[in-house]
Write a protein that binds this ligand. Structure first.
Ligand code: FES
Length: 104
């Protein structure tokens, strides 16, 4: 199992467990776990409503690609820790990471 922590906008932290080998993005797993992520573009890196903040483990993630960087550049509140969860594939590299949901 792949395990990571998610803090919602109220500060509540939950442990999420996902089986290895599933072909889903972090956005899809968070939506499936009933977090209020709009993801209006369906994971195309266009809407930024799936954005999250990486609290720890950022070094485990691949660098953002151009389409993700383009949309992050348009966000006034983006920090270097801000990522689009639709662009992060579920994998063992997420083990032990901590994420915080940002308001859509
Ligand atoms: S779902 Fe739209 S940018 Fe991620």
């Amino acid at each position: 199992m792949i395990k990571f922590e998610v803090e919602n906008s109220s500060g509540t932290i939950e442990n999420i467990e996902v089986p290895e080998g599933i072909n889903l993005s972090l956005m899809e797993v968070l939506k499936g776990s009933d977090y209020p992520i709009l993801a209006t573009c369906g994971g195309m890196a266009l809407c930024a409503t799936c954005r999250i903040e990486v609290i720890s483990g950022a070094e485990n993630l691949p660098d953002p690609q151009d389409d993700e960087l383009d949309i992050l550049d348009t966000l006034p509140d983006a920090s270097p820790q801000t990522r689009l969860s639709c662009q992060l594939k579920i994998g063992t590299n997420l083990n032990g990471m901590k994420f915080k949901l940002l308001e859509s």
